[in-house]
Design a protein around this ligand. Structure first.
Ligand SMILES: [Zn+2]
Length: 195
């Protein structure tokens, strides 16, 4: 159902939200079960230290859950000064990739974003690419045919309550509080029935 192409190294944009955390879980599960020699590099950018701490907490959780899988967190600070977040993420990602110690042909670039929530209208500036494409640039998007309801079902089936509680989706409040009003919060609440 979910195609996870992996090469020698996986490069994943970890936002700290439910989508990228689930993608990381499925990847780690596959790598552990199939006993693959693959490292997962998680890239994140943050403008508040709480965001970095939350992603570190997620990685600690994954380290315990998948002791045979290697995770590395690559974090970059950015100053929010009215810049469009998408272009800032892109610029910082390029910076990281330029100093990346693995040839591009040996790396899978994965992006954990979903389709727009049914009836939802995303008005944020940074996720305008949620249009069902399997590829966004060099990145493969395994959840592009799924929406948040589908992801909530997978969380339920796999009993990932603990993982869900470590994720953060809010655009307004720092991790791991939720305002309950912004678009990611309403999407999260609609699909999971809780924040
Ligand atoms: Zn919110």
């Amino acid at each position: 159902m979910i195609d996870l192409p992996v090469k020698k190294r996986v490069f994943l944009h970890l936002s700290g939200g439910a989508d990228s955390a689930l993608l990381l879980y499925l990847l780690a599960d596959k790598i552990q079960k199939e006993n693959l020699d693959i490292q997962i590099d998680c890239f994140m950018i943050y403008d508040k230290i709480e965001m970095k701490l939350q992603c570190e907490m997620l990685i600690d959780y994954f380290d315990d859950l998948f002791p045979t899988v290697r995770f590395r967190l690559i974090s970059k600070y950015f100053e929010r000064n009215g810049n469009n977040k998408a272009s800032e993420i892109y610029r910082l990602k390029l910076e990281v990739l330029e100093s990346y110690d693995m040839p591009e042909e040996d790396t899978s670039f994965l992006l954990g974003i979903t389709k727009i929530y049914p009836g939802g209208e995303y008005r944020g500036g940074d996720d305008h690419t949620r249009d069902g494409r399997k590829w966004i640039g060099r990145s493969y998007v395994p959840f592009s045919h799924l929406d948040k309801n589908d992801l909530a079902k997978i969380y339920n089936e796999l009993k990932l309550d603990k993982l869900f509680s470590l994720t953060h989706s809010c655009n307004v409040k720092p991790p791991i509080e939720h305002c309950g009003k912004c678009y990611p919060c309403t999407e999260r609440l609609g699909a999971f029935g809780k924040l």
